[in-house]
Design a protein around this ligand. Structure first.
Ligand SMILES: Nc1ncnc2c1ncn2[C@@H]1O[C@H](COP(=O)(O)OP(=O)(O)OP(=O)(O)O)[C@@H](O)[C@H]1O
Length: 332
């Protein structure tokens, strides 16, 4: 597999009047390979947007090595920019324009044939709604219009910052189907989110960032398997007696509600044998698999910041922050 995005040792510090020096990204590494739908997951304020902005040359990194489609970024990014679609800064759309007109303008501005507009409207499932004004679109439709705008130039790599933010479950499913069909068409996708359920539904690979550092990376199922505590939920008639019997057999077990949780068990038949030998018959024995949420909380601790999640059309900074970036001319 070839690397589509490589980041090694990225570091970015901001200075603000109120809070002084703030390390937003602190020696971060990321590898996204061709064909992946790669989730970039981290709590609010953990450094996702800053990483993506640095990768795309929208903010100057202090140090680190980055490549996009094999070209050093941001120095030689222009060589591959035509093959990269990105929505990192929240796009603003004119509410009075229709989706079709919006995309036609963007196509003209980007030197893309206008015939491509129908194709991208189709791809994001907005074809039947392209003649309606954007102000009448739901949030999910606006997000899909944003994705459509990034797809105009038929990119090999699509980078989306929080594309499913604020979507209801149906909107998230649509977004997932869209990511999957793009991936099936050979597009590599990097999608950031602070919402675990989205990443688990949408992505095959994940990198987790916490306080500007990578804390996990790999296939979603491998990251989950790495945190499997081999726990089982066991239902029996006498849970208290069952715990005593399991402790006597040197197994770790606790009563949890009306059931037991037994940990560190590689072979669950041991549990049913120990209990069955004492006429305690197991009514249910269910493996408790870790989900991304428990892994995420374990790796990142509690949410570090509680800034309002961004959505299309919102400002890119937490509200109320008086921030001055000293990288004048690079970062607005
Ligand atoms: N232009 C800026 N000037 C000063 N500080 C900034 C700037 N941009 C980001 N930060 C700070 O850097 C840290 C990382 O922010 P960043 O937006 O990269 O996080 P994030 O993971 O994308 O969060 P969210 O999920 O809320 O979008 C935060 O503490 C944030 O306040």
């Amino acid at each position: 597999m070839s690397a589509v995005i490589e980041i090694e040792g990225l570091r970015k510090t901001f200075r603000s009047l109120r809070s002084g020096r703030r390390v937003a990204v602190d020696g971060f590494d990321l590898l996204v390979e061709a064909g992946q739908v790669h989730g970039f997951l981290g709590p609010n304020g953990s450094g996702k947007t800053t990483t993506l902005r640095a990768l795309l040359g929208l903010v100057r990194a202090d140090s680190g090595r980055m490549t996009v489609l094999g070209e050093p970024s941001p120095e030689l990014l222009p060589r591959v920019a035509g093959q990269v679609g990105a929505i990192v800064e929240s796009p603003q759309f004119f509410g009075n324009f229709t989706g079709y007109r919006t995309l036609r303008l963007l196509a003209r501005a980007g030197g893309v044939p206008v015939s491509r507009v129908d194709e991208v409207l189709d791809l994001v499932g907005l074809h039947d709604r392209g003649d309606e004004r954007v102000k009448g679109y739901s949030l999910g439709m606006k997000q899909r219009l944003a994705v459509a705008s990034a797809l105009l130039k038929d990119p090999r790599l699509l980078i989306l910052d929080e594309p499913a933010n604020g979507l209801d479950p149906a909107g998230i499913r649509e977004m997932r189907d869209l990511m999957r069909s793009l991936s099936a068409n050979g597009v590599t996708v990097l999608v950031s989110s602070h919402i675990l359920g989205e990443i688990q539904l949408i992505c095959d690979h994940v990198t987790i960032i916490s306080r500007g550092r990578r804390v996990a990376t790999g296939r979603v199922d491998e990251v989950l398997a790495g945190h499997d505590r081999h726990e089982f939920l066991v239902r029996v008639a006498e849970p208290e007696r069952a715990v005593e019997l399991l402790h006597a057999a040197e197994l770790t077990a606790v009563v949890d509600g009306g059931a037991l949780v037994v940990s560190g068990v590689s072979d669950p038949t041991v549990v049913s044998r120990v209990l069955g030998e004492q006429d305690l018959w197991v009514g249910e024995l269910t493996p408790l698999r870790p989900d991304l949420e428990s892994v995420f909380l374990e790796l990142t601790g509690a949410y570090e910041h509680s800034s309002v999640p961004r959505q299309v059309g919102d400002s890119s900074l937490p509200q109320g922050e008086a921030v001055i970036d000293l990288d004048r001319g690079v970062d607005a």
